[in-house]
Design a protein around this ligand. Sequence first.
Ligand SMILES: Nc1nc2c(ncn2[C@@H]2O[C@H](COP(=O)(O)OP(=O)(O)OP(=O)(O)O)[C@@H](O)[C@H]2O)c(=O)[nH]1
Ligand SMILES: [Mg+2]
Length: 401
Amino acid sequence: METRQFRAKTMSEALRETRKALGADAMIISARTMDGPSGYVEVTAVGNGDNKKPAGLGAKYGIGKKKEASPVSDDIAPQLLNDEQIQKSIEPLKREMMSLRKMIADLSQITNQAVLPGFNDLRTLILESSQEQEASRLLGPIYTELLDLGLIPEIARDLVRTAELKLGLKTVDRKDWMSLARGMVRELITQRIKLAGPMVAGEGSRIFVFAGPSGVGKTTTLAKVASRMALSEGLDVVIITTDTYRVGSIDQSRRYAELIGVPLVVADRPETMANALRSYAHADVLLIDTPGRAFENEQVRTMLQDVLFATGEPMETHLLVSATFSTSQQEAVIKNFAPMHPSRLIMTKIDECVQLGSLVNIQHMTDLPFSYLTRGHRVPEDIEVAGAGRIAQLLFRTIME
Ligand SMILES: Nc1nc2c(ncn2[C@@H]2O[C@H](COP(=O)(O)OP(=O)(O)OP(=O)(O)O)[C@@H](O)[C@H]2O)c(=O)[nH]1
Ligand SMILES: [Mg+2]
C-alpha cells in the first residue's frame, strides 16, 4: 500500500496525475484547494502498488519519481505519507465522527422521551383551541338566538360558554353542530330552571297569598287554583280578598267563588282577617287575593302586610309576574314586593309572550322557584304546574317550529 500526495493547478490535473502514478484503483483520501498567489490543488491518495509492477509503464509516466510526477514547481511537488502518518492525520476526524454519532443517538433518544410527548401536547392544544374557536364561531348564531328569545346577555353568554366547553372537544360534522349545540343549550336551560311544584295544602301552610302588580292575573289565577283544588281535589277551599281598592274587584271574585261553589270573604283590615281565619279554622285551604295597587303604593302595601300578619299563621306567598314584562318591569316588581317575602313565582300570560326568555331572566334575578304557568283567560283550563322541560320547549318553540 502506498500513500502519496499530488499537487497540480487544477483538480482534474491532480487527479490525472494521481491515476497516472497510482493506477485507476487509487483511493482518494483527501482533496483540498490552496488559495493564494500560487494556488494549487492537493490530492492525497492511496494506491495498492500494483501499478509499479509493469516497469515500462512506470518508467514511461515516471511513477515514483517525485520531480516528474507533477508539472508544477518544487514547492508544490507531491509528498509521500506513510500509513502511520495517514492514521495520525485522520485520527481527529475519526474522533469527531464518533462524537457526532453519539450526539445523533442522544438526540434521537431525547426526541423520543421528551420532545415527542411535548410535541404531541402542543398538537393537542392547537387542535383543542382550534376546535374551541370553531365552536365559538359556530355558537355565535345561537347566542344571537338566545338574545332574540329575550334572555339577558349575561345568561346567554353563560349558556353559550358552557355549551362551548362541553362541545369544544367533540368532533361532529359541521351540519350537525348547530342542532347539537341547540340541544345542549336547551338542556342547560332545563337544568337551571327551579321548580316548586303546585300549592299543596298542609305542607307547611294552608294559606296561599297571590301578590303582584295590577292586571297581572292574580284574581283569575286564584280562581283557576281554587277550582282545581275544590273541584278536582275535593278540598275545602275559602277565597279571601283583600282588594277593596279596585272598582269591581269584589264582584269579580264573588262571581268566581259562586262558579266554583266556595265561600268568599272580604278582609281588608287586620280585624276582619283575624275573624275570617277564626271562622274558617277548619278549611283545608285559604287563598288570599291582594290589590294590584300594592305594587305602586307603599301605603297600600304596608296595610296589606298588616292584614296578612293578622292571620297569625304561616303563609306561602306566590309572586305573579307577567311573562310579557320587560327586564326593568321585572326588576321593579321584585323590588316592590320584596317586603312581602315571596317564596314562589307564578308566570302569567305566557300565551301572550313571544320572548319567553323573561322566565329564565326572572329566576336568575330572584332565585325563586316556579309554581305555575298560566296561558289564557279560561278558568280553570289555562293553568299548569311549571315544568322545566315544558319551559325550555316553550322558550325554543319559535326556533324549533
Ligand atoms: N292572555 C292571558 N290573559 C290572562 C291570563 N291571566 C289573566 N288574564 C287576563 O288578564 C286580565 C286581568 O286579570 P286579573 O285576574 O283581573 O288580574 P289582577 O292581577 O287580579 O288585576 P288587579 O286585580 O287589577 O290587580 C283579565 O282580562 C284576565 O282574563 C293569562 O294567563 N293569559
Ligand atoms: Mg284582581
